[in-house]
Unconditional design. Structure first.
Length: 367
């Protein structure tokens, strides 16, 4: 950003050049409101000029992956989540004079420290793929690091992740409000359970216990066995009245078969997922989901990293980003703008305010 002339500033504010001159030089002839508005804009303009003149802060986005498969598989929905995270990071980077570089770290190989030479800080993705020794090698470089969607218990490393518990509570409370008393938690069968899925499962267990309900887990088998899964679901004497999938992608994999078997039959269980990938993964099936606000997480991860870079003695903290319930496939009970519905104080306002209660109480936890 170059120099800003009085004329340009006056045009931006919709005042005369003389008014800008009077405000800057502290001379009489202006109302307090106009003077304050002009000086606020001048201060912001000066800040932007100084910031643009300063050297850019170089941030490294370090994505861990394995030789078994690429980072963006295009099959599990994680590619969309990573793209949203990057969009949030780049949005804040453009406003904070940051230059971002992406590097992929194959977990089977040592870290390429050359890429970190001029780096001011690192946003680390997929940290669970790395061994303790590899993480120690990274931390030994004494470069500020923020973990994205993962935390290391007992380690003084900052992190930004999803409030999985809050999201599960939102979804389960919504199901309960609609009469569901036997919601089942559906997760993939076998394999390693990701931290997010594990936290969602644990939150489901706590919620069911608090309600005095019997937990019901369903494990979605391999594709060729999905029809057996659906048949058992239909024939069970105590069939669930709702299916809460641990991820949207898992729901998308089963919904075509469920819809086919439902034709001509009574209404089946309510469906809800997690990640809010509706509209991102091509599918004719709409269902409610928990939005994990990935762009917001990306911005907050970079914001936290910049604090670590700029502030000496910044304490280690773990930030949980609140989720939002997105209802699809149900009847419309309220209509209006966001502001109007909040002012009305009805169902929408109650859901909106409730999802931020934990965040307002403080979602930053120090070690």
């Amino acid at each position: 950003m170059g120099k800003l002339t009085l004329k340009e500033l006056a045009e931006r504010l919709g005042v005369s050049v003389s008014a800008v001159s009077l405000a800057i030089n502290g001379r009489p002839g202006l109302s307090d409101e106009t003077r304050s508005r002009i000086l606020t804009e001048v201060e912001a303009a000066v800040y932007q000029v100084k910031k643009s003149a300063a050297p850019a802060t170089r941030i490294l986005l370090l994505f861990c992956r394995t030789a078994a498969g690429p980072l963006f598989s295009g099959t599990s929905g994680t590619d969309y989540i990573f793209m949203d995270l990057q969009r949030g990071i780049l949005d804040l980077a453009s406003r904070e004079n940051c230059v971002t570089t992406i590097q992929y770290w194959d977990a089977d190989n040592p870290l390429n420290t050359e890429a970190l030479r001029d780096c001011a800080g690192v946003l680390l993705f997929n940290a669970p793929l790395l061994s303790a020794g590899q993480l120690d090698a990274l931390f030994a470089l004494h470069i500020p690091v923020v973990l994205v969607d993962h935390a290391l218990p007992g380690q003084p490393v900052c992190s930004v992740s999803i409030d999985n518990e809050g999201g599960m509570m939102q979804g389960l409370d919504w199901l309960y409000a609609h009469g569901c008393r036997r919601p089942a938690f559906v997760e993939p069968q076998g394999g390693h359970m990701h931290r997010n899925e594990r936290e969602r499962r644990e939150a489901y267990m706590r919620w069911m216990e608090e309600k005095g309900l019997q937990p019901l887990w369903l494990y979605l088998p391999a594709h060729q066995e999905a029809e057996v899964f659906c048949r058992k679901l239909e024939e069970a004497a105590d069939a669930p009245d709702a299916l809460f999938f641990s991820s949207d992608y898992l729901a998308f994999s089963l919904l075509p078969l469920l819809a086919e078997r439902r034709q001509g039959a009574a209404q089946g269980p309510r469906i809800i997922g997690f990640d809010n990938l509706g509209g991102r993964i091509p599918s004719p099936y709409a269902f409610s989901s928990i939005d994990i606000r990935s762009e917001t997480r990306g911005r907050e991860a970079l914001r936290l990293l910049l604090r670590l870079i700029q502030e000496d003695g910044c304490p280690c903290c773990h930030v949980r980003i609140g989720t939002q319930l997105v209802v699809r496939g149900g009847k419309i009970i309220e209509q209006g703008t966001h502001e109007n519905l909040l002012e009305k104080g009805g169902y929408y306002a109650d859901l909106y305010n409730k999802q931020f209660e934990q965040e307002a109480a403080g979602q930053v936890f120090g070690e």
